[in-house]
Design a protein around this ligand. Structure first.
Ligand code: ATP
Length: 608
């Protein structure tokens, strides 16, 4: 972040003293910047510790970078997501929650699916229903069950509250079984991380008081996306002792309703519970004039442009087919990059200053092919999650590592056994060709790993990977993934004074150690959700046909779901700093191979 002069209104918020505040701020009005400056000022003012909660690890990393790493900052400020804050508490207090050893995070969706299947199989009533389903129905059944469990946790619904005799009451048994299986693996899922700390704070006043005394100020970003569990955790943490809470958010950017988020937690509950004072920031520092005008029209807002001298570009383009849309985008990108300079854009126009956004990943299919054939470099923006290994050796390493630090982890033990299984151990030739021999070497090495020697062991692993007979692509992939693991370890050690293998694994699972500063090369492709909170000089928003954006399921449901699609379009518009090219196909190739006529997105028709 460069040094900027804050506006009077922004500076006023930075210098607010005690009390609770809700900063309602429109897109690009400098919410994140103001929050960062306030945390910095408070940390320098010796008034007590500050807890700064962000929505993503990337936002947390940006705030940390801006704060710098003086001893005072490290001592006085905790910056992280709700998950990373709660994880740091769990690592210290797990015994109070009935765990003998630190429980491990099962972060992968496929792990949760395995667990729910096990839960289904172990109850004859559910097993009978499940066995009668075809594959597609089985997938839907497990998905619904997991959604139900997640909702129950996030909405803080106790099993007793589930309506007797209803389907929900039946699912209660599945929920209980799923939790028991998790516990028998000494594991937790993402929702549990927050739920367990909420339970701890509500049931153990002495522990809650320790944290209440520790933090004098709490600042939370992107509060329009709070869900019930997160809001109640905040309340349980504050009790009646923490009165200095600042929430920052924009109700028009509320897009996580499907996760139980609602902007009413900040706009109604927070105002009532904390007697918070409301402050409005409504100037846009990010976007050019035409983009702000279009966004105002889209949302019926009256946001002021600060960069009103920069006209910028806002264009809506209809194309015959989705294939034509991809050709249009690729040609326009080449045209802009060849142009190199434009009076509205400071510095050279490069691929890195261009992003292509869409509602869903599947919309990128055509454009991906076109960018490849036109040799336009690109990358996909990654979300919040940790590492997922794809090389077989690193997969094996990861499984052995998980089992070493959590011997109760039956789930990954089974996955490992299936992965390295050899059909016939007496068939020497087959055995030699299989991954079995290298897995024995990896196992021996993992058995010896400790936090003290882990760097050394990584180097030994590198030697093993170099010695083994891999083809060149597999060797490169394996070594790249080992490097990534090593980089995350270095990052973890930098971030923590007290370290452990268990803590490192949890940090990876939460994506805390991921290097967010890697400068990717090429055009950025991202869903709107992943691009939230970020910006790009030039944005192409593609696939703006009704049914794609808004998504057809939201159209069917209407109400708040459709409203959230409109908010999502607003988020997409306001990611663009200077130029915004919006496009849609009049015909789209459907998955079953036919073209289907499409209309312009209902949100855009008033803008043409
Ligand atoms: N006072 C200021 N002067 C100049 N630029 C500013 C000022 N405040 C913020 N900006 C710039 O405006 C842009 C938007 O700021 P920031 O990301 O903090 O806004 P935001 O409200 O969090 O945005 P959003 O909610 O849309 O993600 C950034 O490029 C930031 O550097």
């Amino acid at each position: 972040m460069n040094k900027v002069n804050l506006s009077e209104k922004q500076a006023g918020i930075v210098h607010l003293e005690h009390g609770s505040f809700l900063v309602l701020a429109s897109a690009g009005s400098g919410k994140t910047r103001v929050l960062t400056e306030r945390v910095k000022r408070l940390s320098e003012s010796n008034q007590g510790k500050i807890l700064a909660i962000t929505f993503t690890n990337k936002a947390a990393a940006e705030i940390k970078e801006r704060l710098g790493s003086s001893e005072k900052i490290n001592k006085n400020v905790f910056v992280g997501t709700f998950h990373s804050f709660c994880q740091s508490i769990l690592e210290l207090r797990f015994k109070l929650l009935g765990y003998k050893k630190m429980p491990h995070i099962f972060e992968d969706d496929s792990d949760r699916i395995e667990l729910i299947k096990e839960a289904i199989e172990s109850i004859p009533y559910f097993k009978e229903i499940y066995d009668d389903l075809d594959t597609k129905q089985k997938n839907q059944y497990t998905y619904n069950a997991l959604q139900f469990i997640s909702t129950v946790k996030r909405e803080l619904i106790s099993p007793d509250e589930l309506v007797e005799g209803s389907k929900d009451e039946e699912l209660k048994y599945l929920y209980k079984n799923y939790q028991d299986i998790l516990k028998s693996n000494n594991a937790i899922d993402f929702d549990d991380i927050i739920k367990l700390v909420y339970d701890l704070f509500t049931n153990n006043d002495a522990v809650a008081n320790l944290y209440r005394k520790a933090y004098s100020f709490i600042c939370i970003d992107e509060c329009q996306d709070l869900n019930k569990l997160q809001y109640f955790l905040l309340k349980a943490l504050c009790g009646s002792m923490i009165q200095n809470v600042m929430m920052v958010g924009d109700p028009n950017q509320s897009i996580y309703g499907f996760n139980g988020s609602a902007s009413t937690f900040m706009q109604e509950d927070f105002i009532n519970d904390f007697s918070a004072q409301e402050i409005v920031l409504d100037e846009n520092y990010r976007c050019s004039k035409t983009i702000i005008e279009a966004s105002n029209q889209l949302m019926d807002l009256d946001v002021e442009a600060v960069n009103y001298v920069i006209e910028g570009v806002f264009q809506i383009q209809a194309l015959d087919t989705d294939q034509d849309e991809a050709i249009y985008v690729a040609n326009k990108i080449k045209e802009l990059v060849n142009l190199q300079k434009h009076s509205d854009i400071e510095g050279e126009i490069t691929y890195e200053r261009i992003s292509i956004l869409a509602r869903n990943k599947f919309v990128f299919k055509n454009i991906e092919g076109m960018l490849l054939s036109e040799e336009i470099p690109f990358y996909y923006k990654s979300g919040n999650s940790g590492i997922k290994f794809t090389s077989s050796s690193m997969k094996i390493f990861d499984l052995f590592f998980r089992i070493k630090i959590n011997p109760l982890d039956r789930l990954h033990q089974k996955k490992l056994e299936d992965y390295i299984k050899v059909r016939d151990v007496n068939d020497i030739e087959e055995l030699q060709k299989s991954i079995y021999p290298i897995s024995l070497r990896i196992k021996k090495l993992v058995d010896e790993i400790s936090m003290e020697n882990i760097h050394l062991k990584i180097e030994e692993l590198r030697i093993i990977f170099n010695e083994e007979f891999f083809d060149d692509d597999e060797r490169k992939l394996t070594l790249d993934e080992l490097d990534d693991f090593n980089t995350q370890l270095i990052q973890y050690k930098k971030q923590n004074i007290k370290t452990s293998l268990e803590g490192f694994k949890a940090a990876i699972a939460l994506g805390i150690t991921k290097n967010n500063n890697i400068k990717e090369t090429g055009v950025c492709l991202s869903t709107v959700h992943t691009m939230k909170g970020q910006e790009s000089e030039i944005v192409f928003l593609i696939g703006m046909d009704d049914g794609t954006f808004p998504d057809y399921r939201a159209i069917n449901k209407g109400g708040e779901e459709l409203n959230q699609e409109k908010n999502n379009t607003y988020v997409a518009f306001t990611r663009a700093k200077r130029f915004l090219f919006v496009s849609y196909p009049k015909k789209r190739m459907m998955p079953w191979g036919d073209y289907k006529q499409r209309e312009i997105s209902r949100f855009l028709s008033p803008l043409i």
